[in-house]
Design a protein around this ligand. Sequence first.
Ligand SMILES: Cc1cc2nc3c(=O)[nH]c(=O)nc-3n(C[C@H](O)[C@H](O)[C@H](O)COP(=O)(O)OP(=O)(O)OC[C@H]3O[C@@H](n4cnc5c(N)ncnc54)[C@H](O)[C@@H]3O)c2cc1C
Length: 593
Amino acid sequence: MTYQAPVDDILQALKTAAGLDDLLGQGVLGGMDEDTIRAVLEEAGKFGSEVLDPLSTPGDRAGSKLVDGKVVTPPGWKEAYQQFAAGGWGALSAPEEWGGQNLPQIVATAAGEIWNSANLAFGLCPLLTHGAIDAIEAQGSDELKARYLPRMVSGEWTGTMNLTEAHAGSDLGQLRTRAVKQVDGSYRIFGTKIFITYGDHEMTDNIIHLVLGRLPDAPPGTRGISLFLVPKVLVSKDGSLGARNDVVCASLEHKLGIHASPTCVMKFGEGGDGAVGYLVGQENRGLNVMFIMMNAARLAVGTQGVSVAERATQRAIAFAKERRQGRSATAKGEDMAPIIEHADIRRSLLTMKSLTQAARAICLVTAKETDVARRAKTPAERAAAANRVALLTPVAKAFSTDIGCEVASIGVQVHGGMGFIEETGAAQIYRDARILPIYEGTNGIQAIDLVMRKLPLEGGKVVEAYIGELSATAEQVRRSNRPEFGRMGERLGDAVAALAEATRWMGGALGKNPDAALAGAAPYLRLFGLAAGGIYLAKGALAAARDGGGNGAQPIVLARFFAENLATAGPGLKETVIAGADAALAPPEALSA
Ligand SMILES: Cc1cc2nc3c(=O)[nH]c(=O)nc-3n(C[C@H](O)[C@H](O)[C@H](O)COP(=O)(O)OP(=O)(O)OC[C@H]3O[C@@H](n4cnc5c(N)ncnc54)[C@H](O)[C@@H]3O)c2cc1C
């Protein structure tokens, strides 16, 4: 089946969870209104269905290959990339100054969901390019900006993110790539990076690598890391391409999924004199710059979780309507029923659809706060929104990518044996999804970030205010007394109360017993995602009810299902957080392999 962009579901989340009308009123969306946003997303959807989706399965089968030291992407990839760039899709939210369209982050995030749903392995390339643009824009010198940004924004060149080394993954403080300053102010880079996405390819004439390295006299750990821009092909002052830089792709990884996306071992300076690089930002402050790139990329990867969940859900629903087996408990005739009539399949599909819409809402709310943080009129509004972005980013990344895997797995199950066979496409989605909780900071690291760095923001006031808002919506649902809402208000109230209690406990544990707090970090993040996601779906249900939607209106169906079947895990997760640490901290010797 062909992927169809879920434009209505996206707009519904934008309007109800992200408060699109308020945003329009505040003037933070530039000249955009609901109709223009819909038009952009429909066009993105057309590109996704017509150009990217048809390449997804063949791309998975062909994979990217290393031929004579150069990466060759699957057939059709280069042409699709050129169409993508020519359509201006890579530059949606990039600044106008560099040729971008300066569209709001909510639009870029929604469009990103669509492309990554249509073809995850393709979508990664512009995702990383965008992160590189953000970092150069934020901290690059005027000269670097002028020389590189216009051609990255136009899509003429792509960008990469070179952090990981064999002994430095989650712990970047260990990285050993060396940088040596030259008299002309440039640097020479020596080292090997692993797992570099789109580290080489033939889709563009140049690739702009952002590389973390260490100067000879740098302090140890993360305080001694600098960031360098290292082009694949050197660029002269007049913008013309010169000699090849000493950067090569030494090999490609063989992976579980995203086969079309080349994952490269990159060697810098193997030839002897070092790869030419230029400092971005200040010496030894590279990780701060990289965090600019990583925060945007974390939201984008969270959105990839939504993308795979959406793709899996569309396929599962279509299959469940076609496939006939058995009879449903209430069926009258003798014919086999489409499996969508069976209670367990209905539960499965509702789980898929509601988790997807909940994660979508969390990502779009994070994107909306990014827009407010950038464009609101007063510094106070901008600062408050920036804190919200900081709080929600780890939840958007980890909750959405975890549910991406779960939804993809349920999608395989709904297909029965055919789910395990490659031709339905369900298996590829499952394989592709599995990287998402790992890269861009593992989900374990996201949970640590949430608990250790984000809960303490402003002395805990940022999270307190957020939970207060969730609580007010739960109460609004409960008070609405609508029979079609069932126990939605109570169940959401329980989940939010559980989040509040777990948050208070975390506040205490962080000071007294940080190991106990860390043991509960992942279940705490899950609880956070369930409570927030449930409330955002409930906002959709409230709006649908206001518009006269009854029992069968999709937003009400999804919100009620989520509250009564999934958010019910909230109080249990709270118990895990506050009472499970002792058992979880059993000594490593207790585990035998
Ligand atoms: C397909 C693919 C594409 C990638 N693309 C890129 C890219 O473009 N650029 C790039 O730089 N990197 C990239 N990566 C690397 C990726 O970001 C890392 O794999 C990831 O950050 C984890 O690092 P690691 O593999 O070394 O795992 P480790 O850091 O060894 O982690 C192993 C496990 O231990 C846990 N862990 C580690 N430290 C802690 C801690 N302090 N507390 C609790 N748990 C901990 C982790 O959560 C994980 O579960 C890619 C990886 C893959 C597989």
